[in-house]
Ligand binder design. Structure first.
Ligand SMILES: Nc1ncnc2c1ncn2[C@@H]1O[C@H](COP(=O)(O)OP(=O)(O)OP(=O)(O)O)[C@@H](O)[C@H]1O
Ligand SMILES: [Mg+2]
Length: 711
């Protein structure tokens, strides 16, 4: 205790006792005491409330009230300095009562001398200080507990830091707290949280640093080594990061490194308006606290990273599952399409035959047959769309540079009757806007497919806006590829169809790409988006859907930008030519189809022999050859039991390489590009066979045969 002069307040109504006390204190060596005297209870209490003294000497008998009451009132008011009660001889009751009520000591008047007074004062002060320190320690431990408990329950970094700052502001308390996180790779400090006591007059002056600063420029490099920095007077600071605190009238600051496994994780800064505002105990407390906070913050960050990794994984998993589901559905749809095709072929084929060849049909029969034809054409159209969903890109499909801006503009024009005219008739207004990137690179693709896909999207958008609205067609570069020298080229383009319509709920959004999923009842087949999905897949692209009920929908198609390597074209349908009469062997296990094809071919003047299986076809082929009347061409179904079309073609080609073989299958489009594409085939025909298609294929193979082009 080398404090210069201890301030003593004597509350005493007897002047003699005051004089005596003054003399006692004067006797003590060193003139270390400064005595102030008040006579009355009220003035005494008032002086104590002002908290200007190091110790109080209070007389028990004080006229109006007594010393014990004053003691209790002072302690209740939060008096921290020791109070020594001066009692009369024989007041033992009072003495013990005083000690119980929080007096630091008591002295019996007339029984103490100068030395005893000094000892009592000094011990009381020492004890009080020890008590206060202990109390502070306990408070800090409990604060530490409170904070660590609070942050252990929180799993995101921002939350953890804000809890710490909030608790410190309230309980330490500090006026300003901030946390910078250290980026190890970049060597920078970036501000992650900050809190200024709200009633502080400088509240508006501390701005949040958006930019990370290299630690070397902050003046806080010592933190890298885990060193705590105490700046008792921030006005004098050398550290540039702390200079900002001066403007905000902070007087002192503590900078505590937050270390995780000996590496700097972040820096915590606590500040107070007062200079020399932090005690050693507080600095130590902050250091201990930051050890815990660093760990919790580190955990929280790991947790967040883990969480986002999980989310990403889940999304990928969902995307894969969705893809698989669509693939399975696609296969199923193709299977169904195949069966429907087989069943449908005779219906449309015979109807067509009757219409072409029967001269004596009544008008009604003509009409009915036309109805049958139209109906089966409609079914065939649905089947084609269904197959479109799953089919792979055909080799002969044209892959040409496509300008999506031009194509989109075309589709806007083409669909105008639907979005404008029909809507106007219904008294609603649908507006179509474009927002094209003029520098959009071309993609490689098939225009007709893309056009149809986009048309479907626009129709859906119109359907989604029963009360009208706006459709925006937007193109832009979606991603860039960076070359070594830093130059960048577009790697993906994005085409968005954005509507302001009713939007989709989560369930619809999840299933809308599936074939036959529709919420439009009779008005929709549910094949539109399945078809779009197929188109996008065949362009190696992706679809993203942003939609929420009442919030409209954005359908986003993303296509890769690629160089056109090879381009090919579909051979356009040739003008109908009469095919010279041929001897044709037709093999199919379906009786109706056999009959239909026989009829069609015979009508065109061919001689037709039919066989109902691969084996009987092969027998017939060999027999004809043996008889010196070989067939000019063979048309065979692909899928047959025992000896299928592919195996048959292989045998036939071996035995008679020059005989053209035409394979007929509902899977024609699927087979292309497959590994097991029949090698020995000169032409492929779709089921149901359209008469013109059949004629055209026969013409081609006949020409090739005559020109000797067959391998
Ligand atoms: N832009 C959109 N806004 C809201 N819902 C949509 C949108 N586009 C598609 N949908 C939802 O997705 C479903 C499937 O769409 P899809 O185009 O495949 O079939 P459809 O429009 O019902 O019938 P189809 O296109 O075969 O006539 C729709 O029935 C509808 O519920
Ligand atoms: Mg649709």
């Amino acid at each position: 205790m080398d404090d210069p002069r201890l301030k003593v307040l004597l509350v005493e109504d007897d002047e003699d006792d005051y004089v005596l006390t003054r003399e006692f204190l004067a006797e003590i060596r060193g003139d270390n005491f400064e005595l102030e005297w008040v006579e009355e209870y009220d003035t005494g209490l008032e002086a104590i409330y002002q908290d200007r003294h190091d110790v109080y000497l209070v007389d028990y008998r004080l006229g109006k009230g007594n010393g014990l009451e004053l003691l209790r009132a002072a302690i209740a008011h939060g008096c921290q300095a020791p109070i020594i009660l001066l009692t009369g001889l024989g007041d033992h009751q009072v003495d013990s009562e005083a000690m119980r009520s929080g007096a630091a000591d008591y002295l019996v008047k007339g029984q103490f001398d100068s030395q005893q007074l000094e000892r009592s004062i000094r011990h009381s002060i020492l004890r009080k200080r020890a008590e206060r320190d202990l109390h502070q320690q306990l408070t800090r431990i409990s604060l530490l507990n409170q904070i660590t408990h609070a942050i252990s329950e929180r799993m995101d970094l921002e939350n953890v830091l804000n809890v710490v700052l909030g608790q410190l502001e309230l309980h330490l308390p500090i006026e300003y707290g901030t946390v910078y996180l250290f980026n190890l790779q970049a060597g920078t400090l970036g501000q992650a949280a900050s809190r200024l006591k709200s009633q502080s007059p400088t509240a508006h002056m501390i701005s949040f640093d958006e930019l990370a600063v290299p630690i070397a420029e902050t003046g806080l490099e010592a933190c890298l080594k885990g060193e705590l920095l105490y700046e008792p007077e921030v006005v004098k600071t050398e550290a540039s990061l702390l200079k900002k605190l001066v403007q905000t009238q902070m007087g002192s600051a503590v900078v505590v490194p937050m270390m995780v496994e000996k590496n700097l994780f972040g820096v915590f800064i606590a500040a107070r308006a007062k200079a020399n505002g932090f005690s050693i105990g507080e600095c130590e407390f902050l250091r201990t606290l930051c050890e815990h906070v660093a760990l919790a913050a580190h955990q929280a960050r790991l947790h967040t990273q883990l969480q986002s990794a999980y989310d990403e994984l889940r999304q990928t998993q969902q995307a894969v599952m969705q893809h698989e589901r669509l693939r399975a559905l696609g296969q199923m749809a193709s299977g169904i399409a195949h069966d429907i095709n087989n069943a449908l072929s005779p219906v449309s084929g015979f109807a067509e035959l009757l219409l072409r060849n029967e001269q004596n049909l009544s008008e009604a029969a003509h009409r009915y047959l036309n109805h049958i034809k139209t109906a089966s054409d409609d079914v065939a159209h649905i089947v084609t769309r269904m197959r479109d969903f799953y089919r792979k890109r055909e080799e002969h499909q044209p892959l040409l540079p496509v300008n999506l801006n031009q194509l989109t503009q075309q589709v806007i024009e083409l669909t105008r009757p639907r979005w404008r005219d029909i809507s106007q008739q219904r008294g609603i207004s649908v507006e179509v806007k474009n927002d094209f990137d003029p520098n959009l690179p071309e993609i490689i693709g098939t225009e007709s497919e893309l056009r149809e896909g986009l048309t479907n999207l626009i129709f859906n958008a119109v359907d989604a806006m029963p009360r009208g609205g706006i459709i925006t067609l937007r193109t832009r570069v979606g991603a860039w590829a960076y070359a070594r020298g830093g130059s960048k080229t577009p790697s993906h383009v994005v085409l968005e169809v954005i509507d302001s319509g009713v939007g989709m709920d989560e369930e619809t959004r999840k299933h809308c790409l599936e074939p036959f999923f529709s919420t439009k009842g009779q008005l929709g087949t549910g094949l539109g988006l399945a078809m779009v999905y197929g188109v996008v897949q065949r362009h190696d692209g992706a679809i993203e859907i942003d939609s929420a009920p009442g919030k409209g929908t954005t359908m986003r198609l993303i296509f890769p930008v690629r160089e056109a390597t090879e381009t090919s074209f579909i051979e356009g349908p040739a003008a109908a030519v009469t095919v010279p009469s041929m001897r044709i062997l037709f093999i199919d296990d379906e009786p109706l189809l056999r009959e239909l094809l026989k009829e069609i071919l015979e009508c065109d003047g061919h001689q037709v022999h039919v066989a109902d299986s691969g084996q009987s076809g092969l027998d017939a082929f060999r027999a004809a050859k043996k008889d010196g009347k070989p067939f000019d061409a063979v048309i065979t179904d692909l899928g047959m039991p025992h000896l299928d079309g592919r195996q048959l073609a292989q045998i036939l080609k071996k035995e008679s390489p020059s005989t053209p073989i035409i394979m007929m299958t509902g899977w024609a489009t699927l087979m292309k590009g497959e590994e097991d594409l029949p090698l020995h085939v000169d032409g492929i025909l779709n089921k149901p066979p359209r008469i013109t298609e059949l004629q055209e294929t026969l013409r081609r193979v006949a020409e090739r045969r005559d020109g000797g082009a067959v391998p």
